[in-house]
Design a protein around this ligand. Structure first.
Ligand SMILES: Nc1ncnc2c1ncn2[C@@H]1O[C@H](COP(=O)(O)OP(=O)(O)OP(=O)(O)O)[C@@H](O)[C@H]1O
Length: 240
């Protein structure tokens, strides 16, 4: 499988801290890759570098064959941040139609995206009146509407109930089956099991790049949370 993203020796400083000290990794095309790691491990920083909004000190990030942040990638890459990026004074439908228009797509595509994230019943509501989880999904709809080749999602299931979570993950896999590459960050290890591949980060370093099955086998436990912790402990043992 080709890689949609390759990262080589990426060094990023934020404030006075070296957050990514020389990270190398790859994201396979047409699959759902989970970017997992504890809070502060550098997940958002890596995602920001992929979409070209992070100042980097050195290294190379190639996205869909072009340097990250190239103007040509703007329409090919969708990014949903942890903070929903939608207009509070517009309805869900109006937001989706606005972004659809920016991508040269019609009202039908906008309405489909709203339905996909389970917000059809709330389409006429102002975003300002939505719950946090609903607002996040409205933001996701606005990214989906452009049908990007690479979808970068920063903790998209935070605040969602289990039913919606499962539905969204099914949707992610349907998109991947249709050829979209998804990179989804999470610190919820039970979501790791839903990914085709996992990149496990710790303190800005790649702890492992493997499938959920490999992680379980490697750690000798079916519990992914436990498996991740065992990997962390092993890493600490090696560096000690
Ligand atoms: N603007 C900033 N200035 C200085 N340091 C920052 C800034 N933004 C993030 N950091 C630091 O960079 C490190 C990595 O942050 P990042 O947001 O990439 O982690 P994360 O793995 O996405 O965490 P979370 O799961 O909590 O979102 C953290 O130590 C954080 O405190």
């Amino acid at each position: 499988m080709d890689d949609a993203v390759t990262v080589r020796h990426l060094v990023v400083d934020r404030g006075h801290r070296r957050v990514l000290p020389g990270l190398s990794c790859a994201v396979p095309a047409g699959a759902v890759t989970g970017l997992l790691g504890p809070s502060g491990s550098g997940k958002t920083t890596l995602l920001r570098a992929l979409v070209g909004v992070q100042r980097v000190r050195s290294g190379e990030v190639t996205v869909l064959g072009e340097p990250a942040g190239s103007p040509g990638l703007r329409r090919r890459v969708g990014y949903v941040t942890q903070a929903p990026s939608v207009y509070p004074d517009l309805t869900v439908r109006e937001n989706a139609r606005h972004f659809a228009a920016l991508y040269g797509r019609g009202a039908r595509a906008a309405d489909d995206a709203v339905a996909t994230v389970g917000l059809a019943d709330a389409a006429g509501q102002l975003v300002a009146d939505l719950s946090g989880g609903q607002r996040g999904r409205a933001s996701l709809a606005c990214a989906l509407v452009g049908e990007p080749e690479l979808l970068v999602l920063d903790e998209p299931t935070v605040g969602l109930d289990p039913v919606l979570r499962v539905e969204l993950w099914d949707r992610f896999h349907a998109l991947a089956a249709a050829g979209t590459t998804l990179l989804v960050s999470s610190h919820v290890m039970d979501e790791a099991g839903r990914c085709d591949r996992l990149l496990l980060l710790r303190e800005g370093r790649l702890l492992a790049d493997l499938t959920p099955g490999e992680l379980r086998t490697d750690a000798g436990t079916a519990d992914l949370e436990e498996a991740f912790l065992s990997l962390v402990r092993r890493g600490e043992g090696v560096s000690a």
